[in-house]
Design a protein around this ligand. Sequence first.
Ligand code: ATP
Ligand code: MG
Length: 300
Amino acid sequence: MWILGVSTVLAVILSLLSGRWLSNIIMRPISNMINTMEDIERSGVPKKIPIYKDTKDELQTLANTFNRMIDRLEENFEKQSQFVSDASHELKTPLTVIKSYANLLRRHGLEDKEITEEAIQAIHSEATRIQKMTETFLEVASIEKEIELEMSVVNLVSFFQMILKQMKQVYKREISLHYEESPILIMADELKIKQVIIILLDNAIKYSHDKIEVFLVKNGDHVIVRIKDYGIGIPQEEIRHIFERFYRVDKARSRETGGSGLGLYIAKSIMKLHKGEIKIKSNEGEGTEVELILSASLEL
Ligand SMILES: Nc1ncnc2c1ncn2[C@@H]1O[C@H](COP(=O)(O)OP(=O)(O)OP(=O)(O)O)[C@@H](O)[C@H]1O
Ligand SMILES: [Mg+2]
């Protein structure tokens, strides 16, 4: 009886202790997670769950998955705040111009006709610039949401014929279209691809004075679009930067032609949504060639 009693008490104590030890092992990571999540809820700032030991169990997999999700959120968070600060920086210059001209008008009144005219002209053109910029900002915001594309079969030959006709009308420039077969079909979101093409043609028109050529080539299950100009070109060391947001090769020159440096960034984002590619070859003083690679459509 005595032995039975002692061993029962010992067994109870042992099982209590090991139960505690086991629940500690399981509960610690869970309470860690709860703490981190409560922290995030309170501060609104994404934060990772600390992982102290490599246990390779389900709980660690859960924590790792959570941390990966936080990584993505942080990336987006970073991107957004960078965009807000870049955008406000871009808006600052035209707003300063407007403000100083408004001040000038306030001080000198409307006596001096020449100053008045200059001020009104400047205010009008800077306000137009801001208006265009905000429209582009909205476009960037909508593309960064990675919206669903509305895919359909597009015949690039007739598509380009239509766009070039409109562009020639507006800009009075020589733009030729070359293709070896027709139709050339791709699977794409028609409006978004049109936006890419217009961004590229707009650059070719802005940064060159000579003819512009467009080539359409079908290559197996891909279609290649080349837009070639013979203008000022881009220095080699700048090419890798031109897809960045707000990047312009020569601020003074780009200011004259009136751009925000978002065109190629938008074009690249749209091509990424299409799982396509955009490449640029350029020689300073000789010209620029932009190449788009898209998936051909197998449907007829
Ligand atoms: N075809 C080209 N020839 C020479 N330089 C170019 C050409 N295309 C782009 N660039 C250079 O790359 C920069 C970035 O082009 P991007 O289209 O992104 O901006 P932007 O034309 O300055 O402004 P936006 O397109 O937003 O109105 C331009 O400022 C210009 O310096
Ligand atoms: Mg542009």
